[in-house]
Design a protein around this ligand. Structure first.
Ligand code: WT7
Length: 650
């Protein structure tokens, strides 16, 4: 079947940073032939207090990478202060509140004052360069101030998405060793109140190590404040000066930790450093979205995830952009919310996840067409594979066939986008992330770890190059960093994804091939959910798999075996209790869609759970189960299939 190819739009190419395939190839070849020269040139776009002496240095055995060594800079200075001269009065952040139609414009000058005040508050509470600070906040401007304030004084922020539960928050606070937590009294999302301070209180119960909790006021509600520990942020900043000196950080000093899920139960604190990360975030933001000064840029992610770090805060602000920070959901108060914002603010570049697009496409095109989208030029997608139908819908309906669609593949660990089209250069194919960004060398590797040459191959997606934005370690566990990413396919970084390289050399990401699932663009480890389930006294055993879901992309399916004394409980009651259990342990977004209570799990005679079979049944694929004769109890499969049919009606 000939694949659809969408040519580059001439109007976009004419003014783009990279305006043709030849230009893309020229730059790509340069980045491969002389990476140090290439990246040194890019690094010049930032402001350095002291120039680096070595562009790149690596100890591959130790998996120790360093970029721009000897260089000194400050990420906050680069995102804020250096813009004051030329664009002090330009809007840096447009905050789009949960309430429809409510916006707040924050100029670069305001941003500097607000960030400096928060930085001074942190200093007053004893935060020093290198200290970790936990940020558990809703999408309010104070979240951006807090991140940048940390960067200003050299503290390492650990933002925890405000959808995580108290237990999950506690684990992350303990792992990072944070003494200060920033939060809000309450969050507002889709008109619903989230009791953030209450969750923080629960997370900190019995914990002596956190000495300060700073509470932003998002709603008028009062919340209990523990004397000596808790302080209202608004009172604290009032006392502070609007200026605060910045630390001259080394290029390889940590900028932040961000927890993400892996194949074990314990989340990993992915650590990014200052110089390389910022160079990479800024550069990719400029080229992938074809960002130009004056553009209104709207990434609808939450700053609690890497997309928000790199493409709401650091990348756009380093480039002096006007970046939108959106507090609400794509369907509040109705599925036209994104396009209302696009119309109100005259957004030029828009970036979201396929799951959000699927949810709003389902509601019908009229929600899109009700608003003018003539300002739009580039439409981005991230977080999971985008199905060709929704890609076409994005292109045809949202973008009126006028905009470039960029399907951007990357990960928390990569710091920035790695495989993507460039709006003015790359002809696109719906569903394909297309070609590598500059400096990136993807490999498709077979079972034995042998890279497959040529086109028309599929296998595990690995990377065979170093780029400045890549994570340097897992906080407190470099061994795990090495093990997770660099041992499975020795010599290469293993992404955890499967991929195909088609006849034209285009990459198609087929999804995770490890024990990680992407649910509505949220990354979760099956082991994490399993350990939450077995922590419930009723559960003897649990196995979690992902299955295809129309809106969420992948949804969570949990097989659960109950202990003997619970076997007679009502299923409905148990299912509710177990969903609640996972919500408490991780967060509501991790609660399984389906809880399948059964008598036993299919295992090999050596006791290994046959996940392949569980995945097939969850997906209602009853054919091709493969060899089941090695099962200890082959009849279990038939029973599970029958139970699944009853549960799902399929
Ligand atoms: C995983 C990383 C990168 C920011 C958001 C997610 C999947 C991401 C795409 C894409 C297909 C994608 C991969 C990846 N993913 N973007 N364009 N096409 N899959 O970051 O939470 O670290 O998850 O998201 O499976 O490994 P994350």
């Amino acid at each position: 079947m000939p694949e659809e190819l969408y040519p580059v739009k001439p109007e976009i190419a004419r003014v783009a940073h990279v305006g043709s395939m030849e230009e893309y190839r020229r730059l790509y070849d340069l980045s491969m032939a002389d990476p140090e020269r290439f990246w040194a040139e890019q690094a010049e776009t930032l402001t350095w207090f002291h120039k680096w002496s070595t562009v790149f240095d690596a100890d591959y055995e130790e998996v120790d990478f360093g970029w721009f060594l000897g260089g000194r800079l400050n990420a906050c200075f680069n995102c804020v202060d250096r813009h004051l001269k030329d664009r002090g009065n330009q809007t840096a952040i447009i905050w789009a509140a949960d309430e429809p139609g409510v916006y707040k414009h924050i100029t670069y000058r305001d941003l500097k004052h607000n960030v400096s005040r928060v930085a001074n508050v942190l200093k007053e509470h004893g935060v020093k360069a290198g200290d970790r600070v936990c940020i558990y906040m809703p999408m309010i401007p104070e979240l951006a101030y807090a991140m940048l304030a940390c960067a200003r004084i050299g503290a390492v922020h650990s933002v925890v998405f405000a959808g995580f539960s108290a237990e999950a928050l506690r684990d992350r606070i303990v792992d990072a060793g944070t003494k200060v937590v920033l939060t809000a009294n309450e969050g507002l999302r889709g008109g619903k109140v989230i009791h953030l301070k209450r969750i923080v209180d629960r997370a900190l119960e019995g914990m002596q190590t956190v000495t300060t909790v700073l509470v932003a006021r998002r709603t008028p509600s009062e919340v209990p404040m523990q004397a000596g520990r808790d302080h209202w942020l608004e009172d604290e900043v009032k006392r502070q000066r609007s200026t605060c000196t910045f630390e001259w950080m080394g290029a390889e000093d940590p900028l932040f930790i961000l927890y993400t899920s892996g194949s074990t139960g314990k989340p990993k604190g992915v650590l990014h450093t200052t110089g390389g990360y910022l160079v990479y975030a800024a550069m990719t933001h400029k080229y992938v979205f074809d960002f130009r000064p004056g553009d209104i840029y709207f990434c609808a992610a939450d700053a609690g995830w890497i997309t928000g770090h790199s493409y709401i805060i650091y990348g756009p602000l380093a480039n002096g952009a006007t970046t939108v920070m959106f507090e609400s959901t794509p369907v509040y108060p109705d599925p036209g919310r994104y396009w209302r914002i696009v119309d109100d603010l005259k957004v030029n570049i828009f970036y979201t996840a396929p799951t959000a697009l699927r949810a709003i496409a389902q509601a019908g095109d009229s929600w899109v067409k009700e608003y003018k989208r003539s300002s739009l030029r580039v439409l981005g997608s991230v977080g999971e594979p985008i199905n060709p139908e929704i890609w076409r819908w994005y292109h045809d309906v949202v973008g009126e066939k006028r905009c470039a669609v960029v399907d951007t593949w990357w990960q928390t660990e990569t710091g920035g986008i790695l495989i993507t089209p460039l709006p003015g250069a790359t002809p696109t194919k719906p569903g394909s992330a297309t070609l590598p960004f500059f400096g990136v060398k993807p490999l498709i590797v077979d079972h034995e770890g042998k890279p497959l040459e040529g086109n028309g191959v599929s296998g595990a997606l690995c990377l065979n190059s170093a780029w400045p934005g890549q994570a340097r370690t897992i906080h407190g566990d470099h061994h795990r960093f090495k093990e997770t990413y660099f041992t499975q396919y020795p010599g290469y970084y293993f992404t955890g994804d499967g991929a195909r390289r088609d006849e034209d050399g285009y990459y198609w990401i087929t999804g995770r091939i490890d024990d990680v699932i992407n649910v509505s663009g949220h990354r979760l480890g099956t082991a994490e959910i399993e350990s939450a389930l077995v922590a419930h006294e009723a559960v003897a055993e649990a196995a979690v798999v992902g299955y295809p879901h129309e809106v969420k992309g992948t949804a969570i399916y949990a097989y659960v075996v109950l202990g003997a004394e619970y076997a007679c409980r009502s299923r409905q009651e148990m299912q509710g209790a177990l969903k609640e259990q996972v919500s408490q342990a991780i967060g509501r977004f991790a609660a399984p869609e389906v809880i399948h209570i059964t008598a036993s799990l299919p295992k090999t005679r050596s006791g290994k759970i046959m996940r392949r079979i569980l995945r097939k049944i969850a997906a209602s694929e009853y054919e091709g189960m493969g060899d089941i004769t090695t099962l200890a109890e082959p009849e279990a499969v038939e029973r599970l299939v029958k139970e699944h049919r009853d549960l799902s009606g399929r």
